[in-house]
Design a protein around this ligand. Structure first.
Ligand code: ADP
Ligand code: MG
Length: 257
């Protein structure tokens, strides 16, 4: 396995994943720099979600390993990986539809208290009032405060996605993985999600974002990796990716705005 430089918080090294005869991921070497927003783009079926699932422990790689801050994740259960400070927003929101929106946001904060991952080790028990306040602030930030008493199941698809983002953020992860966070959103909701993600960028949280919408990608990404047919065909700064002829040919249809 290749050496991991010190500012790299996550390193997927030589990862392969086969589903039967299908090579979903081949020769993946992905390095994510701490504090940065790293976008993974590529056509449908390229292997983007599979790569995220390998990172969070939902899918075991056929070979290779993923290392997070010096800890080998491969072989660990998803909840153990989550407790190390990795959260993921799924492509399909996973919320508690019969609970009020506010309780949906509070629940992961309670789970956080007993976890190995704590931002403040000197304050092991937070009161329910503190957590409620934090959840209300979070709902304000994502524009859902007015819906806090409604059942989460009654929200629109776009609002459910934002709720799920809030449920991840309240865990205060060190690494946040987002699988198409703006899919199914209106342009207005997409823009407010970009604003929210920009806000958390300044908090130093590392983010990996899978996204189809190039407006979102180029608004947020510090670095971009391009997946095609299970391989990373290019990795670099947004400007480099825009100008890379291989990327234009494989994915971007000849020109990028
Ligand atoms: P993307 O997220 O880039 O659209 P995926 O990672 O979902 O792509 O899928 C990559 C390839 O792996 C596709 O050909 C898909 O059909 C296949 N695939 C994904 N998950 C499974 C699975 N659980 N079993 C078999 N094939 C799968
Ligand atoms: Mg996908």
């Amino acid at each position: 396995m290749s050496e991991t430089p010190p500012n790299i918080i996550l390193h997927a090294a030589d990862v392969h994943k086969n589903f039967g005869g299908l090579r979903a991921l081949s020769d993946i070497d992905l390095q994510i720099e701490e504090g940065k927003t790293h976008a993974i783009i590529g056509p449908n079926g390229a292997g983007k979600s599979t790569l995220l699932n390998v990172i969070i422990g939902r899918i075991p790689p056929t070979s290779g390993a993923v290392v997070f801050d010096g800890t080998v994740l491969t072989g660990k259960a998803p909840y153990e990986i989550n407790q190390l400070g990795i959260s993921r927003v799924f492509q399909t929101p996973e919320i508690f539809p019969d609970l009020p929106v506010l309780h949906n946001v509070m629940a992961p904060a309670f789970a956080r208290r007993d976890g190995a991952f704590r931002i403040n080790m000197f304050r092991s028990v937070e009161s329910e009032g503190e957590i409620r306040q934090e959840a209300e602030d979070m709902l304000n930030d994502i524009g859902l405060h007015g819906r806090r008493e409604d059942h989460a199941g009654s929200l629109s698809r776009g609002d459910k996605r934002r709720l799920e983002l809030a449920m991840c953020l309240i865990q205060r992860p060190r690494l946040l993985l987002l699988d198409e966070p703006t899919a199914g959103m209106s342009r207005h909701d997409t823009n407010s999600t970009i604003d929210l993600l920009r806000k958390i960028k300044s908090s130093g949280m590392t983010k990996v974002i899978i996204e189809h919408d190039m407006h979102v990608v180029f608004s947020l990404a510090d670095r971009i990796s391009v997946l095609a047919q299970g391989r990373i065909i290019a990795s670099g700064l947004p400007q480099e990716i825009k100008e890379d002829p291989r990327v234009q040919e494989a994915y971007l249809g000849g020109s990028v705005e």
